[in-house]
Ligand binder design. Structure first.
Ligand SMILES: Cc1ncc(COP(=O)(O)O)c(C=O)c1O
Length: 368
C-alpha cells in the first residue's frame, strides 16, 4: 500500500515502528560511535556517526519516500549537499548550470570549484532549445533551480531531463522552493535532487541542513563514498528537528501557498509595485518604484522580519541584491532583474490579514 504524501511526511513509506523501544517520536542517537560484538560482527550496521547514524537514517528514508528517491543523504547545510554534488565531476568535464541560481552556489562555482579543472557554463534553463545548443561531447550534467531564487523563473524538468539523458549527462535539480509536496523532480526524470532543508523541509527557522537525493544505486554508492569521506553530514539532534518539522510539511505548504496568493493579489493592486514574480509555494519577489522605497519598506515592516532565509513559519523579507546575491557580479544581477528595487518575501503561516496589514503600514510609511 502506498500512502499519500501528507501521510508519508509523518510515517515515511511504511507505518511501522522503527525504534527498538517502540517510541513514537524517533529517538536522537546522540553518539559518535557504536560498539561491535566481535571483530567482523556488527549486527546493526552502524559504526561511526560521520558515515551513518540511526536518527539520520530514519530522516533520510523519510525524505527518500517524499522525493521518490532511491537514496537520500542528509548534510549539515544545503551548501554542503551542493558542494558534495559538485565533487562528482573531474577535470575536463563541462557542466551547464542555470543562470539564475542562489548566490552561494554562484560563489561555490566561481571561487571554489574554479580550481578543479572542469568548466561550468551558465545557460537559460527556461529555454530547452538553448540548453540543447550548449551541450558538448564532455557535458556531464545540467544543474538548475526551478523556480529560481529570487526571480521565480520556471524550467521544464521533463524537457531538460530528456536533453540531458540523450547526451549521457545527469540532471541535478534544486527543489528547495517547491519541496516534494509541490514538485517531484525525480519522477520527472531528474537524477539528483538537492535541497536547502533549512527552508520548508525543517520549516521553523531553527535548523541549518541540506539533502542530496539520488535516483539510482550507482549514484547512491558514489555519493555515500563522497559524504562519508568529506564528512559534512547532519548531526543527530538536527536530524530529529527536521523529522519533527516534516510531520507538518503538508499543512504548512498549503498555508504558505494560500497566504502567498492573498499577498500576491494585494501587491498587484499597489501603484508603487511594478512587477510581482510568483511561481507557486510561499515565495514572492516584487519590485517597487525606487531603491529608497525598497529600503524604507525593509525598515518599516514590523511583524514581517527583515532577514535572510525562507520557508519557515515566520514571514521574512529579504533584499536579494544585498543579502543573498552580493557575490553575483552587478552586471549579471541587473541582467537577471536582481536590482536594488527588488524585494523577496517568504510568506509565513501567520494570519494572512496580519501579514497584509503589516505590508500596508510599511508601504504607507514609505510614502510619507
Ligand atoms: C535555493 C537554495 N539552494 C541552496 C541554498 C543553500 O542552502 P543552505 O543555506 O542550507 O546552505 C539556499 C540558501 O538560501 C537556497 O535558497
Amino acid at each position: 500500500m502506498s500512502y499519500d504524501i501528507d501521510t508519508r511526511c509523518i510515517h515515511g513509506l511504511e507505518h511501522k515502528n522503527k525504534d527498538a523501544n517502540f517510541a513514537i517520536s524517533y529517538p536522537i542517537y546522540q553518539t559518535a560511535s557504536f560498539s561491535h560484538l566481535t571483530p567482523g560482527h556488527n549486527p546493526t550496521g552502524f559504526d561511526y556517526s560521520r558515515e551513518s547514524n540511526p536518527t539520520r537514517s530514519y530522516l533520510e528514508e523519510t525524505i527518500s519516500s517524499l522525493e521518490h528517491a532511491y537514496d537520500t543523504i542528509a548534510f549539515a547545510s544545503g551548501m554542503a549537499a551542493i558542494a558534495t554534488a559538485f565533487e562528482f565531476f573531474k577535470a575536463g568535464d563541462h557542466i551547464l548550470c542555470g543562470e539564475d541560481l542562489y548566490g552561494g552556489v554562484v560563489r561555490l562555482i566561481a571561487q571554489v570549484c574554479n580550481k578543479n579543472g572542469y568548466e561550468v557554463e551558465a545557460v537559460d534553463t527556461t529555454n530547452p532549445a538553448e540548453v540543447e545548443s550548449k551541450i558538448r561531447s564532455n557535458t556531464r550534467a545540467i544543474y538548475l533551480e526551478t523556480p529560481t531564487n529570487p526571480m521565480m523563473k520556471v524550467s521544464d524538468i521533463e524537457a531538460i531531463a530528456e536533453i540531458a539523458h540523450k547526451n549521457q549527462a545527469l540532471l541535478i535539480v534544486d527543489n528547495t522552493f517547491m519541496t516534494p509536496y509541490f514538485q517531484n523532480p525525480i519522477q520527472k526524470g531528474a537524477d539528483i535532487v538537492v535541497h536547502s532543508g533549512t527552508k520548508y523541509l525543517s520549516g521553523h527557522n531553527d535548523t541549518v541542513c541540506g539533502f542530496l537525493c539520488v535516483a539510482n544505486e550507482e549514484l547512491s554508492d558514489r555519493f555515500r563514498l563522497l559524504s562519508k569521506t568529506i564528512g559534512a553530514t547532519l548531526g543527530p539532534f538536527e536530524c530529529w528537528l527536521v523529522l519533527r518539522g516534516l510531520k507538518t510539511l503538508a499543512l504548512r505548504m498549503e498555508r504558505h501557498k494560500s497566504n502567498a496568493l492573498a499577498v500576491k493579489e494585494w501587491l498587484q493592486k499597489q501603484p508603487v509595485v511594478k512587477e510581482v514574480y510568483y511561481a507557486g509555494s510561499g515565495m514572492i519577489s516584487f519590485t517597487v518604484d525606487s531603491e529608497e522605497r525598497a529600503v524604507s519598506i525593509l525598515k518599516n515592516v514590523s511583524l514581517i522580519i527583515y532577514a535572510e532565509s525562507l520557508g519557515g513559519t515566520e514571514s521574512l523579507i529579504t533584499y536579494p541584491a544585498v543579502q543573498t546575491h552580493p557575490d553575483v557580479p552587478k552586471e549579471q544581477r541587473e541582467k537577471l532583474g536582481i536590482t536594488e528595487r527588488l524585494l523577496r518575501l517568504s510568506v509565513g503561516i501567520e494570519s494572512p490579514n496580519d501579514i497584509i496589514a503589516d505590508l500596508e503600514q510599511a508601504f504607507v510609511q514609505s510614502i510619507q
